[in-house]
Write a protein that binds this ligand. Structure first.
Ligand code: ADP
Ligand code: SF4
Ligand code: MG
Length: 327
């Protein structure tokens, strides 16, 4: 049984009369020690899916379906149960460390507090643990860093501190939502290396949420592609890169810069749809280069297509698009 099992998750915001249907029937499994990437353009429902797991959706949201973490249904769990799981058994790293770190306290104080919230022990133990955590995320000169305030650190260093905080209580699952998006490319690579090494060392399950398929190759074992609040394709990372079936996945890959390719990058035409004006049929049809009539009226189901599962009418045809194509 997977560590995290999401079934038919639907999330709506607003009133019954005027609801925004942000997440539409998501199924997702994450095994212990597995790294799963959730990829899709902005607004596809990635963060809402993760906030549902964390019980942080807020009062205007209604979620249905089930989210089972190690046998506990998080959608049904009491606030006290959720507090015991969030930050302890499930760690989380968000995009912008400045919003998550307290500017008024030192890094050492905040790390020690994160340890003490969930674990008994004296302040000395918590401080020793804070130093260990900084070493775990490859921060040098730990003594000095513990005395620094967040504004004294670079963006990359702050994100390392956030990863250290998320690991403070030895979680089984780490959710990293766009952890490198605010950073420049060199620092992005360093942060991904830190995530990969702590994942290996701690045998963590990780959900890596990103709009950039380029960052998942070295880290994820499985990739889930979202569009318009749905999963449109999922599979092993090599299959999604090289034997995908969905035109949207192909479009995301065509936007990626590659060293072995000279030709221009091809952005996906058009913009992602607003969820309150989602097109009927396949939500991708206005932007899809291979759409057929049926795509305008009938939503495709996510079905196994050999190498991956894909939700696409054309991929289901005998001569399928993308099949065997190397991006
Ligand atoms: N609290 C909220 N109230 C209303 N709509 C929301 C709220 N949070 C997210 N949404 C909407 O849900 C959709 C999906 O958002 P999100 O999951 O943040 O996308 P992603 O993380 O893939 O960029 C967006 O249209 C967003 O505006
Ligand atoms: S179902 Fe149709 S519109 Fe949607 S991705 Fe497939 S071909 Fe394109
Ligand atoms: Mg997001």
């Amino acid at each position: 049984m997977p560590l995290l099992e999401i079934r038919d998750l639907n999330v709506r915001f607003g009133t019954e009369a005027r609801a925004l249907h942000a997440v539409r029937g998501i199924d997702l499994d994450v095994g212990a020690d597995e790294v799963v990437a959730i990829v899709g353009e902005s607004g596809s429902g990635k963060s809402v899916t993760m906030l549902s797991v964390l019980g942080l959706l807020g009062p205007s949201a209604r979620a249905s379906g089930s989210i089972v973490f190690d046998g506990i249904d998080l959608l049904d769990a009491s606030p006290a149960t959720l507090r015991g799981i969030r930050g302890r058994r499930i760690g989380v790293v968000f995009q912008d460390p400045m919003t998550s770190l307290n500017p008024a306290h030192t890094v050492g104080h905040q790390l020690a507090e994160a340890v003490r919230i969930h674990q008994r022990g004296d302040r000395g133990n918590a401080t020793r643990r804070a130093a260990e955590l900084l070493e775990l995320v490859s921060i040098s000169d730990v003594g000095r860093r513990l005395r620094n305030y967040p504004h004294e650190l670079s963006g990359g260093m702050r994100q390392r501190v956030m990863i250290a905080m998320a690991l403070a209580n030895d979680p089984e699952l780490l959710i990293a939502d766009e952890p490198t998006t605010a950073l420049d490319v060199t620092i992005q690579a360093q942060i991904l290396d830190v995530l990969a090494s702590v994942q290996r060392e701690r045998k963590l399950a990780v959900v890596l949420v990103t709009h950039d398929l380029g960052v998942v190759a070295g880290l994820a074992q499985r990739v889930v592609v979202m569009y318009g609040g749905r999963v449109v394709e999922q599979g092993g990372v090599v299959d999604v890169f090289h034997r995908h079936h969905h035109p949207y996945t192909r479009g995301l890959l065509a936007c990626l810069p590659r060293l072995d390719r000279r030709h221009d990058l091809v952005p996906i035409g058009g913009a992602p749809p607003s969820l309150d004006q989602l097109p009927g049929g396949c939500a991708f049809h206005p932007r899809c280069p291979v759409a057929i009539d049926r795509c305008r009226t009938e939503a495709p189901e996510l079905l196994p297509r050999g190498s991956t599962s894909a939700a696409c009418h054309v991929a289901a045809m005998p001569v399928a698009i993308g099949n065997g194509a190397t991006p």
